[in-house]
Design a protein around this ligand. Structure first.
Ligand SMILES: C[S@@+](CC[C@H](N)C(=O)[O-])C[C@H]1O[C@@H](n2cnc3c(N)ncnc32)[C@H](O)[C@@H]1O
Length: 342
């Protein structure tokens, strides 16, 4: 996907092949901008506020966030698009720094929408004698079973995705994603790191894994020939623990990188807490705030898509505060948008 001419390096970008929340509605970027403002307040309005979009695609989210910020905040923001693909030729906003890696010493909000599902993982399958083995795949998609899973993969499976000896069961050991997330969180000095992805939790893992390909808007076989997206759902609970760092004897996260535990929310709850509502606004708002009323009415359909059960609303938001004593979700994900709009 990332080699010469690979899927993610093509000019059309991921948006040419599938719709993320970012493409579904501008309401998503507005909600992230609102979250950035709340983080700014929690940080005491620092002279420099960073917004880091990890896995930035073609810069759609960072562009939308900058456009939605109040001027007073926008003037203090340093915006980074972290991406393996080159900067798009038509992205000429000088406020956006295009970079291949997360900058160090971030103070602000790091946001990774559908990034972790593209961090490569192995696939493991239980063989006929009950032994979990790595699945090997050729560029034409032909699969065979290789060596037994050992080392970090085996340790990760035992902790997060225990397999019985039933032949054919599959798992996707997520140690590389845990490490990627922990490294990204480690770049924050103060602020909030958020990873948004489709995921699963211990005790509810899919029996045969989730490895899938996408091309031109359709699901396809996950063939590693560079012509399609290859994705697998994310064990966000494992990433949460890795990003937090401090775990008690029973394996529960007790402290984040700076003394605040991470939280997992659904996108439905996170976006509702940021003022994205799928329902019609109250009629009383029409007289008290006619402009706000009309805006919310026209956005109700898009909001419904972003928060839909069985769709984007089921995505997980892994929220990791660093160095700030802000309650999560209390404070950051409480819907006070009526007050903000007035
Ligand atoms: C599914 S797309 C999501 C794009 C965008 N965030 C959105 O929501 O529309 C994943 C993006 O992450 C990028 N990516 C994957 N691994 C990366 C890495 N290690 N560093 C930077 N970008 C990465 C890919 O090139 C791709 O553009």
């Amino acid at each position: 996907m990332y080699g010469p001419g690979g899927f993610y390096l093509r000019p059309e970008g991921p948006g040419g092949h599938f719709r993320t929340s970012v493409h579904a509605s501008g309401l998503f970027a507005e909600a992230v901008a609102r979250l950035l403002c709340r983080v700014d307040t929690a940080l005491g309005r620092p002279p420099r506020l960073d917004f880091v979009d990890v896995g930035a695609g073609r810069g759609e989210l960072v562009t939308g966030v900058l456009a939605a910020l109040p001027a007073e905040v926008a003037t203090r923001v340093r915006a980074y698009a972290v991406e393996r693909a080159a900067r798009p030729a038509d992205l000429d906003d000088p406020r956006i720094e295009w970079t291949g890696g997360v900058p160090d010493g971030v103070t602000g909000l790091l946001f990774a929408n559908e990034w972790l599902d593209n961090v490569p993982v192995d696939v493991v399958e239980v063989d006929p004698s009950g032994v979990p083995r790595r699945v090997l795949v050729r560029a034409d998609g032909t699969e065979s079973l290789g060596d037994p899973a050992t080392g970090p993969d085996a340790r990760w499976l035992a902790r997060w995705w225990p397999l019985s000896d039933e032949p054919g069961l599959r798992a996707e050991p997520g140690a590389p994603r845990d490490a990627a997330w922990a490294a990204a969180v480690g770049r924050l000095t103060r602020g909030l790191a958020v990873a948004v992805d489709y995921g699963h939790a211990r005790g509810d893992r899919p029996a045969f894994g989730t490895l899938t390909g996408f091309r031109e808007g359709r699901e396809c076989r996950a063939v590693p020939d560079g012509t399609c997206d290859i994705t697998a759902h994310v064990a966000l609970d494992a990433c949460a623990e890795a990003g937090a760092g401090v775990v008690d004897g029973a394996g529960a996260v007790v402290e984040g990188a700076a003394g605040v535990a991470p939280r997992l929310l659904t996108q439905r709850d996170a976006l509702r807490g940021l003022g994205v509502r799928g329902s019609r606004p109250p009629l009383a708002l029409a007289s008290s705030n006619p402009v706000g009323y009309l805006r919310r009415l026209s956005g109700a359909g898009e909001a419904a898509e972003l928060t839909a059960t069985g769709g984007l609303g089921d995505f997980g938001w892994l929220v990791q505060p660093v160095g700030v004593g802000i309650g999560v979700p209390a404070g950051l994900f409480v819907d006070v948008t009526d007050d903000e709009e007035q």
